[in-house]
Design a protein around this ligand. Structure first.
Ligand SMILES: Nc1ncnc2c1ncn2[C@@H]1O[C@H](COP(=O)(O)OP(=O)(O)OP(=O)(O)O)[C@@H](O)[C@H]1O
Ligand SMILES: [Mg+2]
Length: 276
C-alpha cells in the first residue's frame, strides 16, 4: 500500500526537464532510500513529493488526491520535508526553529499546547540538541545545525517523513545515530520515511526499499540485497566495484573495485630501485 505516489511525473526548472515521466509508489510503513549520482534529480523528486515543486506534467497523490489540490496545512500535517539546504530565518534560536515544526498544528484559536511542548522537547532530546536550545542557529557547527533541522522535521510529527541527505555534515557516530533514529521511528511508530543518501552501504543497511536513479529516471528498485550489485554500481555511478556481505549485518557492502594507480609517473618498481 502507498499513501504517497507519483504518476507520470515530469519536473523542470524553467524549460529544462530534470525528471521525466516518473512513476513512484512510496511503500507505507517502510524506509525507502533514494540513491543516484549528483544532479540526477533526487532532491528535485523529493521536493515534488513534498509539494515544494509543482510538476510540469503528471501528479503526486496523497491518499489518492492530487497534492496540488490539497490545502498546504493539511499536507504539512501528513508530510514533513527536510530539504537538502534549508534556510533558517536570521538570528533565530534553536528552540524557536524546532518549534516552527509545530506550525501545521497551530490555529488562531489554539494556544501553544502541552502536546506542542512535548513534541518539541522530545524531538530535541532525540536529536541531541536540547543543550543548544538557546543558541542562535547561525552560530552552530554544520553538524549541530543539521541535527536542529532534523529536530524540526521530527517535531512536525507527520506520518510521512522525507529527508534529503540528513547525514551530511555529521560525524560517523551522529550519522549512525540519525539513521538508527529513523529506523526506530519507523519500527515503533510506523512512520513512512523516504531518505536521500549518498552512502550506498548505509543505504543498503537501513533501507527496506531502495530506489536507484540516474538522469531523472528510476533505473532499478527493490530490496537492497537485489538492487545493490556490482552491475548497478557500474551502470548508475560508472564505477567498477565489488559487492561483498557487510560483516556486521550481511547487507551488501560496496567496495570500489579498481585500486588507485599512479599512471602519470615512472613505471611501478622504479621508485624502489632508486631508493634501494
Ligand atoms: N533551483 C534550481 N534551478 C535550476 N536548476 C536546478 C535547481 N535545482 C536543481 N537544478 C538542476 O536540476 C538537476 C537535478 O538537481 P537535483 O538537486 O535534483 O540533483 P540531486 O540528484 O539531488 O543531486 P545531489 O546529489 O548533488 O544533491 C541538476 O542539473 C541541477 O543543476
Ligand atoms: Mg540533492
Amino acid at each position: 500500500m502507498s499513501r504517497l505516489t507519483a504518476r507520470g511525473l515530469t519536473l523542470a526548472y524553467e524549460n529544462r526537464v530534470v525528471v521525466e515521466d516518473l512513476d513512484l509508489a512510496v511503500p507505507d510503513g517502510k524506509v525507502t532510500v533514494i540513491v543516484g549520482p549528483n544532479a540526477c534529480g533526487k532532491s528535485t523528486t523529493l521536493r515534488a513529493l513534498g509539494r515544494l515543486l509543482k510538476p510540469v506534467r503528471g501528479a503526486v497523490l496523497l491518499d489518492g488526491e492530487e497534492l496540488a489540490k490539497l490545502p498546504t496545512k493539511a499536507i504539512a500535517r501528513s508530510i514533513g520535508l527536510l530539504p537538502q539546504t534549508p534556510v533558517a530565518p536570521e538570528a533565530i534560536t534553536v528552540a524557536d526553529l524546532v518549534a516552527r515544526g509545530r506550525q501545521p498544528h497551530q490555529a488562531w484559536w489554539k494556544q501553544w499546547s502541552e502536546e506542542d511542548e512535548r513534541a518539541v522537547t522530545e524531538a530535541m532530546a532525540r536529536t541531541d540538541v536540547a543543550a543548544l536550545a538557546d543558541r542562535s542557529v547561525d552560530e552552530l557547527s554544520g553538524g549541530q545545525r543539521q541535527r536542529v533541522w532534523i529536530a524540526m522535521a521530527l517535531a512536525q510529527e507527520t506520518d510521512l517523513l522525507l529527508l534529503d541527505e540528513p547525514t551530511t555534515y555529521l560525524d560517523i557516530a551522529h550519522q549512525v545515530e540519525v539513521l538508527d533514529l529513523v529506523r526506530r521511528l519507523n519500527r515503533s511508530r510506523g512512520r513512512t520515511v523516504v531518505l536521500v543518501l549518498h552512502d550506498l552501504n548505509q543505504a543498503a543497511r537501513y533501507a527496506d526499499h531502495l530506489i536507484a536513479m540516474k538522469a531523472g529516471r528510476v533505473v532499478t528498485q527493490g530490496p537492497p540485497a537485489e538492487v545493490v550489485t556490482d552491475a548497478m554500481v557500474r551502470d548508475v555511478f560508472g564505477l567498477p566495484a565489488v559487492v561483498v556481505p557487510d560483516p556486521v549485518t550481511g547487507s551488501p557492502l560496496v567496495v570500489p573495485g579498481a585500486p588507485w594507480e599512479d599512471r602519470d609517473s615512472a613505471p611501478a618498481g622504479a621508485a624502489d630501485q632508486i631508493e634501494g
